[in-house]
Design a protein around this ligand. Structure first.
Ligand SMILES: *[C@@H]1O[C@H](CO)[C@@H](O)[C@H](O)[C@H]1NC(C)=O
Ligand SMILES: *[C@@H]1O[C@H](CO)[C@@H](O)[C@H](O)[C@H]1NC(C)=O
Ligand SMILES: *[C@@H]1O[C@H](CO)[C@@H](O)[C@H](O)[C@H]1NC(C)=O
Ligand SMILES: *[C@@H]1O[C@H](CO)[C@@H](O)[C@H](O)[C@H]1NC(C)=O
Ligand SMILES: *[C@@H]1O[C@H](CO)[C@@H](O)[C@H](O)[C@H]1NC(C)=O
Ligand SMILES: *[C@@H]1O[C@H](CO)[C@@H](O)[C@H](O)[C@H]1NC(C)=O
Length: 554
């Protein structure tokens, strides 16, 4: 007789499960193991994931989810450098908590604090409660609801610096995992044979995981083979109301896997023949830029952008209200995904590119201070459709150069908006931004400073600046510009605040490393007057009765 430990499986109704030792006749165990290995094609060290109906049972050792009142659960708790984020999941009709309903409780010291913010994420349906970090040794233990006094434990806390944090299943059935902690080089592929993927409810427990090979790894994106039993369990959760999904993580060969909050639940759509739902979409990542959003989205919607994917990095402003107004009153298709993962702009763009690939022919990756300007009066769609007329050219990336605008003599934020306010720029164009076909992206999803690698059969085209250019309102009035010092986002670009890399193009020339207003700021970066976009916007949007722009406060 061979003794193999498996998770004791007791039915959910009994509420508890135990770890048990099950006796299986040696011969049949070896035989069934071999059959399963051959059939599934994956190595594994436990059979429980493959048991029929396993998803309606709950293993004890792997339990991490804490039940809060009837159907509210703490799904994850992650500690970041400045705060601890508790992820809550609710059934759809439950009224959501707000910042004023909740307390964060700590021990050593024993105290309670209000959360810094409570945000609702449209994509995952989760709520993120941000509890402040209590230094030096405060430990977040629970949340409580102000008016009912209900208290619930936050469960195990994951450290952000070593974490598998998001995952989805691609159309070729590989699982794409976003990871933090390997510190791989930017812009390059790493050796996949040095890594393994693990799937299970407790990825740290080697007895109860399925293991698979890594197909590719680059930057923070790992592509894994997906075990068959995971593909075949559509929800990849245990029980329907426990929301306890299977997780995936990655380990270096010979090392422990990263902690994981990543569940491969989202499945990407196959590439169906025919036109995609949208011709032109935009992915952007922002923080506290709600005041610029209306103008940026309304203008670009008018010239052809049909779908907006906003990745919000911890905004504390009224972005939710602005998005509501744009989508309800403006009938604009814009959604916000809370992206709490700090310094992961490249991974965020890769994540967005994959979502956009399901529904968008073309995607622009750009910032909220960048505006396409088409001096000839064409729309963006004219340009994209022109490309479709030459399919044999295999152009899948349009490179558009940027004109950098300066403060244009202004001292205060222009009431009519940035396109109307700033009209003086540098002569020489800088860099470029791209509009890409997400279907043409290289499967490694490598991207550096907004630029993706394409599959080898595709190529890019440099666009004529007289046809399309980007007005980049890079150096706005001082009050706006100084915020950029605190908002450097890309993982592979050095911080503005650090002394190294002083000659980088990402710095404002002559500013050094301190955010102190130079006396001549408002007249800097001004070499040529350019009112091209200003005139266009005035013509398209000025209300003939009031003389105002639609994004202006009334
Ligand atoms: C923590 O403080 C609260 C009141 O501030 C008190 O009621 C509670 O008993 C304390 N808990 C511990 C473990 O000291
Ligand atoms: C992916 O897995 C599903 C089973 O979940 C299977 O039906 C499908 O054929 C697989 N697709 C590919 C491309 O292997
Ligand atoms: C917005 O776009 C998504 C696809 O990205 C689509 O599923 C949804 O129906 C659209 N919403 C509206 C209101 O058009
Ligand atoms: C989000 O903002 C913080 C500043 O609080 C910054 O450190 C971080 O890099 C940003 N992350 C992303 C992905 O933009
Ligand atoms: C249309 O596409 C062709 C082929 O790529 C290119 O030569 C031409 O400049 C494009 N015209 C415009 C207006 O973009
Ligand atoms: C994707 O990029 C990698 C590394 O640059 C390259 O080896 C591979 O051939 C590319 N894949 C395709 C399909 O072009």
């Amino acid at each position: 007789m061979a003794q193999i430990p498996v998770l004791g499986l007791k039915h959910r109704k009994k509420q508890r499960a135990v770890l048990a030792t099950v006796q299986i006749p040696k011969k049949s165990f070896v035989w069934s193991t071999l059959v399963l290995v051959c059939f599934v094609g994956f190595t594994f060290s436990s059979v429980w994931l493959l048991l029929p109906g396993f998803h309606s049972w709950q293993p004890a050792a792997a339990t991490v989810t804490t039940v809060v009142k009837p159907n509210i659960v703490v799904t994850e708790t992650v500690e970041f450098p400045d705060e601890t984020v508790v992820f809550l999941k609710y059934p759809p009709s439950t009224p959501l908590f707000t910042k004023d309903d909740l307390y964060c409780h700590y021990v050593t010291p024993n105290l309670s604090q209000y959360p810094e913010s409570v945000e609702n994420d449209e994509l995952s349906g989760q709520q993120l409660v941000r509890c402040p970090l209590i230094k030096p040794r405060g430990v977040l233990t629970s949340l409580s609801v102000e008016n009912t006094g209900d208290t619930f434990s936050v469960g195990p806390t994951r450290r952000w610096n070593s974490l598998a944090y998001e995952a989805m299943i691609d159309r070729d059935n590989t699982t794409i995992v976003f990871v933090k902690g390997f510190n791989l080089r930017g812009g390059k592929q790493s050796d996949p044979s040095k890594f393994k993927c693990v799937f299970g409810w407790d990825v740290k427990n080697p007895k109860f995981v399925l293991q698979s090979d890594v197909v590719s790894v680059a930057q923070e994106v790992v592509r894994c083979n997906t075990p068959m039993s995971i593909l075949n369990n559509p929800q990849r959760v245990i029980g329907s109301n426990m929301n306890q999904p299977i997780k995936v993580s990655v380990r270096m060969v010979g090392k422990q896997p990263l902690e994981s909050t990543a569940s491969p639940q989202r499945r990407l759509q196959p590439n169906l023949p025919g036109q995609k739902q949208h011709e032109m979409c935009v992915c952007t990542m922002l923080r506290n830029q709600a005041s610029f959003l209306k103008e940026w989205i309304m203008y670009h919607t008018r010239i052809g952008v049909q779908r907006w994917f906003i990745y919000d990095n911890n905004s504390l402003d009224d972005i939710d209200d602005i998005i509501k107004v744009l989508s309800m009153d403006g009938n604009i298709n814009v959604t916000r995904h809370v992206w709490p993962w700090v310094k992961t702009q490249e991974a965020g763009f890769a994540h967005c590119a994959l979502r956009a690939r399901d529904v968008c022919e073309w995607v622009g990756f750009m910032d909220v201070d960048e505006f396409f300007h088409l001096p000839t009066g064409m729309s963006l769609l004219d340009i994209l459709r022109n490309q479709s007329n030459y399919p044999s050219s295999k152009v899948a990336e349009l490179r558009v150069s940027c004109h950098n605008f300066g403060p244009s003599g202004l001292k205060h934020v222009p009431a009519q908006g940035v396109t109307m306010g700033y009209n003086c720029r540098m002569i020489a164009p800088e860099r470029h931004k791209s509009i890409v076909k997400p279907e043409a992206l290289n499967s490694t999803l490598i991207n550096v400073v907004h630029h993706f690698h394409l599959k080898s059969e595709f190529r890019y085209a440099n666009m004529d600046r007289n046809v399309i250019v980007i007005n980049h309102y890079k150096y706005q009035v001082w009050d706006v510009f100084k915020e950029k010092f605190y908002r450097r986002v890309a993982t592979y670009v050095s911080d503005w605040q650090q002394e190294r890399n002083v000659g980088s193009r990402d710095r404002a020339p002559g500013l050094g490393t301190r955010a102190v207003e130079p006396p001549d700021w408002s007249s800097r970066f001004c070499e040529v007057i350019d009112t091209g976009l200003k005139d266009r916007v005035a013509e398209m949007f000025t209300d003939p009765n009031t003389g105002k722009l639609p994004w202006q406060n009334h």
